[in-house]
Write a protein that binds this ligand. Structure first.
Ligand code: NAD
Length: 479
């Protein structure tokens, strides 16, 4: 079933953003030219080149780390928590004031629907700065000491460019550290706009440094000898390489890596709400979500009913222009990611799973993938084990709660899970048995700055968010 009527386009104006033809690096409070080469960032919905961005080399990274060290020693670590908080509150307020600009730019550079960048990403980014501003003068009550580590080197992925930046920068600054942050190579623009916001907030030069580039720039940050703390969010493969690179050094590390979450639907669940939760779990942000509910485990007795309601709902999802306020599913972030999603989906078919894609028309230009569901998936299938990181759901069935737990935990990852049931006692017993950092009950993909987030096993270690998120940026008794 397709939508019974067409929506008139309702595009958000992009006039609110001012994209420059080229960008340098943000070091010591100023935009400077990089010494290395440059790369292009592209709008994934149109393939239009948006800007030429500097690729920081080792010397650029060294300059940024030196600026961060100077700012740490001379200014930031000497400032009282209450003073640091004023800057964080100011940044939070400017993010709110410039929220529309940030949301439009995020959607243009990343491909995510404007309704998500406007109503989810940017509000949570501001909330994160407000939240950690509140901690800056209360660190001694948090239970992790109040001594900062020094310079934090932070490397983030492309799926939530601003949100991941906020998760990294807000707690680091609140605790008195200074930072060198690298955004992902396909989504550098909002981090560079954030650099302007730091200038607008009169943040002392060198407290935040933004260096753009790809893997080599990331490696230079991680292996720089004067970086005290490495915070990484990205793929498990790169996370493992980083763990190896810092092994044997004094650097403190947190790794937020991949996931393959089970979204578990019991037969007593309110099925319409569960279907909304399944859709939100896997199609939010095109499925480019580390904690996406990419494995649906549905109780056998309701499997047919859930699948028919799910397909009906998927057929109404609007895929297309990320700046259109009606869009539910935007563009895939890059040609590389699209190729990876296509490849794993073809493998799913070759392995014998049954593929169904929503009957939507995809735009001619840009990178697109229709919301897709695979049924008849078994645990041996690669689409049940590997992170696809796209709008692709693998469906498995179960008969008993213990079978659901066994299947849910049968993964090298351990980031998140969802449980849909009418029984509170079952929620508690499942949450205790699921080996996942976050377990949502009768909801999915809910984020709040007060709540710690992080994984087990190959999903990484350390927690971001909440009081726990402070620990990663403070010298504990054994450091
Ligand atoms: P990626 O690992 O390829 O890249 C992440 C970042 O690391 C990028 O900025 C990249 O330039 C940089 N990088 C690449 N090689 C590097 C190296 N050798 N040393 C240092 N830095 C290097 O991941 P991606 O494809 O950008 O992001 C998708 C992945 O991120 C998914 O696996 C997803 O699950 C994960 N993720 C995890 C969380 C979480 O909180 N657990 C959140 C969002 C995304």
């Amino acid at each position: 079933m397709t939508s019974p009527f067409e929506y008139a386009p309702a595009p958000e104006s992009r006039a609110v953003v001012d994209i420059k033809p080229s960008y340098g690096l943000f070091v010591n409070g100023e935009f400077v030219d990089g010494r290395g080469t440059s790369f292009k960032t592209v709008n994934p919905a149109t393939e239009e080149v948006l800007a030429e961005v500097a690729e920081a080399n080792e010397a650029d990274v060294d300059e940024a780390v030196k600026a961060a060290r100077r700012a740490y020693t001379r200014v930031w670590s000497r400032m009282s928590g209450a003073e640091r908080a004023k800057y964080l509150y100011r940044i939070a307020r400017i993010i709110q004031e410039r929220g529309r600009e940030l949301a439009v730019l995020e959607s243009i550079d990343n491909g995510k629907p404007i309704k998500e960048s406007r109503d989810v990403d940017v509000p949570i980014v501001a909330a994160h700065f407000f939240y950690y501003a509140g901690w800056a003068d209360k660190l001694k009550y948090a239970g992790f000491g109040d001594t900062p580590l020094g310079v934090a080197g932070q490397v983030i992925p492309w799926n939530f460019p601003l949100l991941m930046l906020a998760w990294k920068i807000a707690p680091a600054l609140a605790c008195g550290n200074t930072v060198v942050l690298k955004p992902a190579e396909t989504t550098p623009l909002t981090a560079l706009l954030f650099a302007e916001i730091c200038q607008q907030a009169d943040l002392p030069p060198g407290v935040v440094n933004i260096v753009t580039g790809a893997g080599d720039t990331g490696r230079a940050i991680v292996s720089h000898p004067d970086v005290d703390k490495v915070a990484f969010t990205g793929s498990t493969e790169v996370g493992k390489a980083i763990a190896r690179a810092v092994a044997g050094t004094e650097k403190k590390v947190t790794l937020e890596l991949g996931g393959k979450a089970a979204n578990i639907v019991f037969d007593d669940a309110p099925l319409d709400q569960a279907v909304e939760g399944i859709v939100n779990g896997i199609f939010f942000n095109q499925g480019h979500v580390c904690c996406a509910g990419s494995r649906l485990l549905v109780q056998e007795s309701v499997a047919d009913e859930v699948m028919s309601r799910l397909k009906r709902r998927m057929a109404t999802l609007r895929v297309g222009d990320p700046l259109d306020k009606n869009t539910d599913v935007g563009a895939i972030n890059s040609a590389e990611q699209l190729a990876k999603i296509r490849e794993l989906s073809e493998i799913g078919e070759a392995e014998g799973a049954e593929r169904w894609s929503a009957p939507c028309e995809l735009p001619a230009n840009g990178y697109w993938f229709a919301p897709t569901v695979f049924t008849g998936v078994t645990q041996a299938h690669r689409i049940a084990r590997e992170e696809i990181f796209g709008p692709v759901l693998s469906v498995l069935t179960f008969r008993t709660p213990s079978e659901a737990v066994e299947k849910a935990n049968n993964t090298p990852f351990g980031l998140s899970a969802g449980v849909w049931t009418d029984k509170g006692s079952r929620i508690l017993s499942m949450a205790n048995k699921l080996r996942a950092g976050v377990v949502w009950a009768n909801t999915f993909n809910k984020f709040d700055p007060t709540s710690p987030f992080g994984g087990y096993k190959e999903s990484g270690y350390g927690r971001e968010g909440g009081r726990h998120g402070l620990e990663a940026y403070l010298k504990g008794a054994d450091d």
